[in-house]
Design a protein around this ligand. Sequence first.
Ligand SMILES: Cc1ncc(COP(=O)(O)O)c(C=O)c1O
Length: 402
Amino acid sequence: MSDFSPETMFSELALNMKPSPIRELMPMIKRVGMISFAGGNPDPKIFPIAKFYESSSVLRKNGEEILQYGATDGYEPLKTFIARWMAPRMGRETKPEEMLITSGSQQGMDLLCAALVNPGEYILVEDPTYPGAIHTMRNRGAGFITAPCDKDGMIADKLPGLIEEARSSGKKIKFIYSIVNFQNPAGCTLSTERRKKLLDTARKYDLIIFEDDPYGHLRYEGGHLPTIFSMDTDGRVIYACSFSKILAPGARVAWIVGQKDIIRKMVMVKQGVDLCTSVVAQALVAEYCENGHLDGFLPKIVSHYRGKRDGMAEAFRRYLPKNVEYEVPQGGFFFWLRIPGVDTQKLFLKAVDRGVAFVHGRAFYANGGGDDCLRTCFTFAGADDLQEGARRLRDAIDDAAR
Ligand SMILES: Cc1ncc(COP(=O)(O)O)c(C=O)c1O
């Protein structure tokens, strides 16, 4: 029997697909003793296992509904909780038809792309941005217009020029994608002034804004900034948040909120993808939240991660060469480092030899760049490992300079 080769069967999408750069690194860094600053993982040591387990009593109470197929737009008690809980951030209680529960924010962005973007159309993204977004958007056939960031987030003043230039070369932009708080990977937060400018620009050029906010609740100092969603009066802002970073990514429960016709189209796409997000997962999360545990847990993780952020900042100050550039983030999961003159893809191999892992900068640039940058995550590694990991990183940088 000859070996069957599916190569000629693959779709163009499958043929052009590249694996996720971060997930590809995982086997290389799964070595005993490796300190990982690579994946954007929460600290498993702080998962609220006992309280989450307690929430499973909802199965006994409500099992006939929970073990059944659920509504595509989400489990009603969870939607009700989120609408109430998020009202201060959103500026109002959003209506049920304005919210869709998704299997992670990752799915939310995929459904949004399916609803809005035709292959060959463009999305305006931050440079650098979250690789999972680049992956999803590319899968849906989108091209990218990239806008630079500084410590106050996407440089909004540059957008009109970028949009006009793209339009004059025949490119159709559908939406602007911004990770507004403690950006992945750059750690920066879009200033209030820039949020307003972004919205004005979207209005002027008739674009949608996708405000992705998985880290917004994890602020370690300063006050929360208003969401762009709360400033929007014409329904052109879609806002996404997730339980992944504030509770447990294994739950795969997130939500996306926006103008009802857009949400309705996303619901239709989701019907063809997975019918509904796991009702079991949604019910456990809803029960956990309704019992007040999320509000109890948030201050704990904020304080825990603040300590880790400070630990990484201290370790970097102590060990990293003086020419390494970075800002200490006010929240979220990440430090973004620039090491002038160092190719961080090559540095990665030296770092792994030394027993520390990070994600090289190129992974975060939709149209190329970031060769001398890298991202480190401070939430996952143990507190002692922050020091040792920084020391190993310094040794790897020294190796690279030799
Ligand atoms: C900016 C950003 N958006 C979305 C996601 C996806 O999160 P989820 O686990 O909710 O799918 C991540 C995950 O790291 C992220 O960093």
